[in-house]
Design a protein around this ligand. Structure first.
Ligand code: PGA
Length: 253
């Protein structure tokens, strides 16, 4: 019922020339896909990525945006600018932005609203640190982060967006949550959405992120609650990213 969505988060990698090289390898591998596919390059490579992916099944996302439409915010990028360019998605509240740039839940909520107001689809990241997991507060934390990020939205808005559950200890570490564990936490997030926004819980797509790779994508994607993946490291390799997108073929192989 929910169409799977695989998004590549390139993080601070691939300026335009390298972006073009990766896309030249990737595009022929993604002619036909059973899921929605998104690539999220750095701001400076959005133009190149948009022009190279035009007419392909690959949509383009940004990795961040500001809360205002314009103004004296040196170095920031308004969501409206992204929408005007043809960007469709924007990653918001990634744990690296929370940790290194001090983004709070309240600020992320304002970003989510700003992005939705100009037609972008937010990919909202939530997830716990290893210490929080060991303290047994994962469920409470991701529930809180979900409520805070989506506060004030209508059920239709909530149903239209994407959440990425990314346990912080699994990001870039090679450690992956077990498929069952990821499924359980994503079920908790969906339950939280249902409590406040009712049936939007059946529409909202919730991805898993954290060391997703060709070797574990099929098992993760087979879980009933997991609707996709937010892929960091493996999205920088065309063969690996394509193998994740084609996880069903990998499963049947
Ligand atoms: P990773 O990153 O796949 O390299 O663990 C995921 C993310 O941070 O979005």
């Amino acid at each position: 019922m929910r169409k799977p969505i695989i998004a590549g988060n390139w993080k601070m990698n691939h300026a335009p020339a390298q972006a073009a090289t990766l896309l030249a390898q990737l595009i022929p591998l993604l002619h036909e896909t059973a899921c929605d596919v998104v690539v999220c390059p750095p701001f400076v490579s959005l133009s190149e990525t948009l022009s190279l992916t035009r007419g392909t099944p690959i949509a383009v996302g940004a990795q961040n945006c500001h809360i205002e439409k314009s103004g004296a915010f040196t170095g920031e990028v308004a969501p409206d600018f992204l929408a005007e360019m043809g960007v469709r998605y924007v990653i918001l509240g990634h744990s690296e932005r929370r940790e290194y740039f001090g983004e709070t839940d309240a600020f992320i909520n304002r970003k989510v609203r700003a992005a939705l107001s100009c037609g972008l689809i937010p990919i909202v990241c939530v997830g716990e640190t290893l210490a929080q997991r060991e303290d047994g507060v994962t469920a409470e934390l991701v529930s809180y982060q979900t409520r805070a990020a989506l506060a004030g939205l209508s059920p239709a808005q909530v149903g239209s967006l994407v959440i990425a559950y990314e346990p912080i200890w699994a990001i870039g570490t090679g450690m992956t949550a077990t498929a069952a564990d990821a499924n359980t936490v994503i079920g908790i997030i969906r339950g939280q959405v249902r409590k406040t926004w009712g049936d939007a819980a059946d529409m909202i797509r919730i991805q898993y992120g954290g060391s997703m790779k060709p070797g574990n994508a099929a098992e993760l994607m087979a879980q009933p609650e997991i609707d996709g993946g937010l892929v960091g490291g493996a999205s920088l390799n065309a063969d690996d990213f394509a193998a994740i997108v084609h996880y069903q073929a990998e499963r049947n192989a």
